[in-house]
Design a protein around this ligand. Structure first.
Ligand code: UDP
Ligand code: MG
Length: 319
């Protein structure tokens, strides 16, 4: 078993791969780590796979998986985690934004300080402010609150280290790579630490994550939170909430009807029914809105609970 598995999901990163590989090799050799590099090519349409094949000719530590098409970073990580053999698993992005120089200290924190997971913190970050850094601040604040992991600043940092047990016991899917510390916590791995890491601006190619994927990620967070609170019995929650909404509607209707009869009896027009139709409209909208929201949310939950949520297809494997 190697000391370290470095798992690297990548999508169209041909320019970065040679530099990244030799940098990792340099660090590993300097510290005399035994290691493997597991590249997961997430359906690249450039020459990434060819580059990996040729890098492998001069470095026997390289292993690689090629997906048939682009499935996303989370399935890439999931697949790399399944294959990893090392005592400590390190994940990093392929675009040279994460520095392999951080590996030795991350390894030490897992092995000596006894952390289950150590997450990088890009304290000084070199990404666009408006589309990346600001949303990321908001995101991290809510992720901290919802997950109850209060000591993390940068949930989504690609550079992380794990005890082997952790990666074998969590399932990363959809855009869940943003919440791996939360997944780990839910799986019972609670010693979660953080290390400030160096960060670089992207040298080659473009970022694959913009604002739209950021909002998608929020749904994953909500469903993850829901599952952790209510387990696999969401119907109890929805049943309860449904009854509550029904009750509110029932009481409102009763008030309106009583009002109408009282007014009828006294010979004056009923204000709640005739003068204030918006009360009715608002009530109806509220009830229908709640029902639609819940129906949609059940759909989101069910789609995330299906057994084939990581059904990516592998085209080629170099092991
Ligand atoms: N990535 C991937 N599949 C995708 C999108 C991205 O494997 O569908 C990889 C990408 O090649 C990189 C890492 O995930 O190694 C992080 O992506 P990126 O650098 O675009 O994200 P950012 O740093 O801008 O948040
Ligand atoms: Mg990047």
């Amino acid at each position: 078993m190697p000391d370290i598995s470095v798992v690297i999901p990548l999508y169209n990163e041909e320019e970065s791969l040679p530099e990244l590989t030799s940098w990792i090799k340099k660090v590993m050799d300097e510290h005399q780590f035994s290691y493997e590099i597991i590249f997961v090519d997430d359906g690249s349409t450039d020459n990434s796979w060819k580059v990996i094949e040729s890098l492998r000719e001069s470095n026997e530590h390289i292993k690689a998986i090629k997906f048939r098409k682009n499935y996303g970073k989370s399935p890439g990580l999931h697949c790399g985690f399944a294959k990893a053999q090392g005592d400590v698993v390190i994940t990093m992005d392929a675009d040279l934004q994460d520095s392999p120089d951080e590996i030795p200290e991350l390894y030490r924190m897992i092995q000596e300080d006894g952390y289950d997971l150590v997450s990088g913190w890009k304290k000084k970050r070199y990404d666009p402010k408006l589309t990346k850094n600001l949303p990321s601040k908001l995101f991290n604040a809510s992720a901290r609150k919802i997950s109850g992991i209060h000591n993390l600043h940068d949930f989504n940092c690609g550079l992380k280290a794990y005890k082997k047990d952790v990666v074998k016991n969590i399932e990363v899917y959809n855009d869940m790579h943003r919440y791996i510390p939360y997944l780990a916590k839910e799986a019972g791995f609670t010693k979660i630490g953080e290390k400030v890491v160096q960060h670089q601006a992207r040298k080659y190619g473009k970022s694959k994550f913009g604002l739209s994927r950021f909002f998608n990620g929020y749904l994953d967070l909500m469903t993850l939170w829901f599952t952790s609170k209510f387990g696999r019995k969401p119907m109890h929650f929805f049943g309860l909430l449904g009854s509550l909404v029904f009750l509110i509607g029932f009481i409102a209707l009763a008030i309106i009807l009583i009002n109408k009869f009282v007014c009828l009896h006294e010979g004056v027009p009923a204000p709640l029914v005739t003068d204030r139709p918006y009360f009715f409209i608002a009530l109806t909208a509220m009830i229908i809105g709640t029902q639609l929201f819940l129906a949609g949310f059940i759909g989101e939950l069910l789609s995330r609970q299906s057994s084939d949520r990581n059904s990516y297809k592998i085209e080629q494997e170099l092991f």
